[in-house]
Design a binder for this molecule. Structure first.
Ligand code: PLP
Length: 455
């Protein structure tokens, strides 16, 4: 067994995953969890037992290299010592508070720090636990501020599965069973697709944006919903690490402002350094009126936030003791302590610069390894949000399911990745910034083999 500390190791597969311990847990899980939640087969899932840095150890003792960052959360690495220490200390003092009634003292520092990283002088913040909740807050705020209920969102976008966020999430798989309850005033514009539309990709998308902003959305009952919110990810994450062409986000911001709609930057995935800036909006030229954060913000604790300048957030009335929008775990003390530790660590460890450097090297190595491979349409990304798009033929037809197959092959070699894109045709890489040279070299090797086998 390797003597290198967990976190710095290369993959070590002792038993083909899932091993007997994972399979035994899967049988127990199947008897008690809703069958919708975790796919259970003889070959799935692998249960995690321990994680540090870029490594995860499963219930059978296999060690993996985690290129998912656990849905993008572990940007600083799994169980960063500063986060763990801060949570441990907080747990010994105050485990739970009363967020909006008798707030835990640690909430104030987190709010101050979040306000300071925002693009506005007078930011106001609403905390919550999940990314979907931050999106719900932003959508409600935009309605309060504009009085216009309509939402413009993008094809390929993912904003969460609670009812408000789901209404603005494009993928039919998630929407279809609930269509009867979903808000009908949402219109989807195409997200620019330079792979298929080249230099015309931005124009094609903006032409549709312009139409929607002008006409609003006509719902199935004939009612017209003028657009009050433009909801967009600075880089589409689950849509397949899709980066819009230069200038697109700035033009989108101007068009929204001219139409009197507020721009909601859904930075749940891209924010907190994932794309090499605290806010990816700043990198892609998106001028947001509201920003949603989540995932990496809590360093592994459930924590999310919606930020906006006063001119927007003060659309909410002052609380008279009964908040119109809150929740039991708002400002949870452990999550707040973790959030402050994450922000400290981003500064103390030069994380933004490292994300740009590590991400730049990784994408270059992947391009070299995959260059010229038939079936690889694009290797792209910003910072440490990378995607390998698998498509074929003159029309670049997405290779449906190919990224899911590649991820399963890589798993057998001890490398964790997720499929993304509407057709599971993009291999998504959102690794921790703690990726040693040896780990990166192995990751590229395994990715190239897995992609070569399916592309
Ligand atoms: C951009 C974006 N917004 C919102 C969400 C929803 O976050 P959560 O799953 O924490 O509710 C996600 C989750 O992947 C996301 O990627």
């Amino acid at each position: 067994m390797s003597r290198t500390a967990l976190g710095q190791r290369l993959p070590e597969i002792r038993v083909p995953p899932p091993g007997p311990a994972s399979r035994a847990l899967a049988r127990r899980l199947r008897d008690v969890e809703s069958r919708n939640v975790t796919q259970v087969t003889e070959k799935w899932p692998v249960f995690w037992d321990e994680a540090r840095g870029a490594n995860v150890r499963d219930a059978d003792g296999n060690v993996y290299l985690d290129l998912t960052g656990a849905f993008g959360v572990a940007l600083l690495g799994h169980a960063h010592p500063a986060v763990v220490e801060s949570v441990r200390a907080q747990a010994g003092r105050l485990l739970h508070g009363m967020g909006d009634v008798h707030p835990p003292s640690g909430k104030v520092e987190l709010l101050e720090r979040l306000a300071a990283l925002s693009p506005w002088e007078d930011a106001r913040v609403v905390l919550s636990s999940t990314g979907s909740e931050a999106v719900e807050t932003a959508l409600k705020t935009a309605l309060m501020a504009t009085g216009r209920p309509g939402i413009l969102a993008f094809e390929g976008g993912y904003h969460g599965l609670t009812m408000g966020a789901l209404a603005a999430t494009a993928r039919s798989l998630f929407r279809d069973p609930f269509l009867a309850r979903l808000y009908g005033g949402v219109a989807f514009a195409p997200f620019p697709d330079p792979v298929r539309y080249g230099a015309g990709a931005a124009e094609r998308s903006l032409a549709r944006v312009c139409e929607i902003l002008e006409s609003g959305v006509t719902a199935s009952d004939g009612s017209v919903h003028p657009i009050g919110a433009v909801l967009v990810e600075p880089v589409q994450g689950r849509g397949g690490a899709r980066v819009a062409p230069d200038g697109f986000m700035a033009r989108l911001s101007r068009m929204a402002a001219d139409a009197g709609a507020l721009v909601i930057a859904d930075e749940v995935f891209t924010g907190m350094g994932r794309c090499g800036e605290v806010l990816a909006s700043a990198r892609v030229g998106l001028r947001a009126d509201l920003v949603c954060l989540g995932k990496a913000l809590g360093g592994g604790m459930p924590l999310s936030a919606c930020l906006a300048p006063r001119r927007v957030m003060d659309a909410w009335p002052e609380s008279g003791g009964e908040a119109l929008h809150t929740s039991t775990f708002l400002g949870h003390p452990l999550a707040c302590a973790a959030g402050v530790a994450v922000l400290d660590t981003i500064e103390a460890e030069g994380v933004l610069e490292r994300v740009r450097r590590v991400g730049g090297r990784l994408v270059t190595k992947l391009r070299t390894a995959l260059g010229g491979l038939e079936g690889v349409a694009d290797v792209r990304g910003l910072g440490l949000m990378l995607g390998i798009e698998l498509a074929r033929g003159p029309e670049l037809e997405p290779s449906a399911g190919a990224a899911a197959r590649a991820a399963r092959i890589a798993l057998t070699e001890g490398v964790l990745m997720l499929p993304a894109g509407d057709h599971a045709h993009v291999l998504e890489l959102t690794p921790p910034v703690e990726l040693s040279d040896a780990q990166m070299a192995r990751a590229v090797d395994v990715v190239a083999r897995a992609v070569g086998a399916v592309a």
